[in-house]
Design a protein around this ligand. Structure first.
Ligand code: FUL
Length: 510
């Protein structure tokens, strides 16, 4: 510091410049004052979500559509040697019908598979001959799934995105080695280019899905051999890919191998009762350093990810259970519906989806806590800031950017809701203000008809974490949640433990 000033003065003198320049030397001393916090907001508990992760979480429930070459071969994994002519839709596929059906099912969006491991592209790509435009089938030639899917989603006001398999069993470049080293031909000429083509179908995509397969035997341009890669992050140059895709589609989350949202650890449609948005797998981890929220991928039909003749579709009741065990446990749910050989969802799926939508509206559509005449109090509340309050009423104002918070150093609190009159209720839902990190570690829910005698609800469900959203069926059963309703005028949520002062932006009663 001193040295720099002296040197600058010497230079000034030598150059005949006024020494007043000395006053402009930089002070490198660290500013240790506490930053001003006029709103008295709680300090974040890291990690916290990025803005795009937060938006992504709000999509909550969306569809997966596995459609492609396998629809016509009856396989789940094609090996890449299939002729484009085998892709022979009996009608031009109708992504709009898929999206209308899942919208009726209560979903906010969908992800369409546009290339599976067999490498066959469902759009007329510049990157390979192995695509719809090369099929002799007239309907195939009119097929462009990403274009039609994106257009339909926009028209229906739904979120959309695409699944592009990184593993490509058709491409001669995939897993190619020269002198024992992997080349970057596949990453650059094929995969990057295909992702770039995909971004052209819409800048407002919400998620791109990269599964984690790292190779096996395949056609590979006629090599017909076994190939593997050792490190997907490096082989696909994921950090660069992520940046390029974010440039084109600012809100997109790159799932799985992309590193921005995690696989929940099973394909059975459930997350852990304890589920942190950090760490891995079904429960995540309270101490992991990275915000890595869970997505649960599950099949609605019995045959597999792709359509298979004779398959059946889960009932609305079965899907509702999955919903409670995923969306209700701080994960998002991507539920798969496979279009058939005519490129539409079968009637049975459409019907069950409609039933599911009606069930969601009936059971979780009307928040009794958000109605007129409801009172809510908290045992402790943080002091207000210049323009913000942290009052308990913020939890029932229908807004997601106002929240209740406890004072610093307080890790437990009791929140009491009083309904205008006793009602039969089935569920209580909580949502943390996760912009400041996931905090709550333990809570209980009790109900009362007189405000004096309280009964603990939720059976043996582990009421530990909350996160983006937690829905507790009061009878303790996710499979039979809409029976044995609870008559209650009062609902009491007691936060028992938290990583720092707890926050909640919404408390709902259904
Ligand atoms: C996996 C794939 O191997 C399956 O075929 C399916 O697409 C599933 C959703 O992801 O990684």
């Amino acid at each position: 510091m001193k040295k720099i000033s002296i040197m600058l003065s010497a230079l000034c003198l030598a150059a005949g410049m006024p020494t007043v320049l000395q006053a402009q030397t930089t002070d490198f001393t660290l500013d240790q004052s506490v930053p001003a916090n006029p709103e008295n907001e709680p300090r974040p508990v890291f990690p916290v979500p990025t803005a795009r992760q937060l938006k992504w979480n709000q999509t909550e429930f969306y569809a997966f559509f596995h459609y492609g070459m396998n629809t016509y071969t009856g396989k789940e994994w094609g090996n890449g040697s299939e002729s484009p002519n085998t892709f022979a839709p009996t009608a031009v596929p109708k992504p709009r019908q898929w999206l209308e059906a899942v919208k009726a099912g209560g979903m906010k969006g969908g992800i369409a598979v546009v290339k599976h491991h067999d490498g066959f592209c469902l759009w007329p790509t510049q990157t390979t001959e192995h695509n719809v435009s090369k099929s002799s089938n007239a309907n195939a030639q009119k097929t462009n799934i990403p274009k039609d899917f994106a257009e339909a989603a926009k028209a229906l006001d739904m979120k959309y995105g695409f699944y592009i398999s990184p593993w490509d069993r058709n491409s001669a470049y995939w897993g190619e080695k020269v002198n024992g080293k992997y080349t970057d031909n596949y990453a650059k000429k094929v995969f990057f280019a295909q992702c770039a083509e995909m971004t052209k179908y819409g800048a407002d995509q919400f998620e791109m899905w990269f599964d984690g397969a790292t190779g096996d035997n395949g056609y590979y341009g006629g090599a017909n051999e076994r190939r593997n890669i050792d490190n997907a992050q490096r082989y696909y140059d994921i950090p660069n890919l992520r940046d390029s895709i974010h440039n084109a589609c600012p809100n997109i989350i790159l799932w799985g191998t992309g590193g921005e949202a995690r696989w929940i650890g099973n394909e059975a449609g459930w997350a852990g009762e304890t589920c942190w948005s950090m760490g891995d797998g079904e429960t995540g981890s309270e101490t992991a350093w990275k915000w890595f929220p869970g997505e649960s991928d599950a099949k609605a039909t019995s045959g597999g990810w792709f359509y298979h003749d004779g398959e059946t579709c889960k009932s609305a009741n079965e899907m509702f259970k999955i919903y409670l065990e995923t969306v209700g446990r701080n994960a998002t749910l991507i539920l798969n519906f496979p279009p058939n050989k005519a490129g539409v969802l079968p009637d049975a799926d459409v019907k069950n989806l409609k039933d599911l939508g009606d069930m969601l509206t009936k059971r979780l559509g009307t928040d009794l806590a958000a109605q007129n005449g409801v009172a809510i109090t908290a045992s402790t509340t943080r002091d207000k800031g210049q323009t913000r309050t942290y009052d308990a009423t913020n939890m029932i104002d229908g807004k997601i950017d106002t929240y209740w918070a406890a004072p610093d150093g307080t890790t437990s609190a009791t929140i009491t809701v009083t309904l205008p009159e006793a009602k039969t209720i089935y569920y209580v839902a909580l949502q943390e203000y996760i912009q400041l990190g996931q905090r709550i570690k333990g809570f209980t829910i009790e109900t009362s008809t007189d405000g004096t005698n309280w009964t603990k609800k939720g059976g043996s469900i582990a009421t530990t974490t909350v996160g983006y959203k937690r829905i507790i069926p009061l009878n303790g059963s996710t499979s039979n949640s809409y029976t044995n309703g609870t008559k209650a005028k009062y609902v009491r949520v007691t936060i028992k433990d938290s990583r720092a002062c707890p926050t909640l932006h919404t408390l709902s009663i259904f």
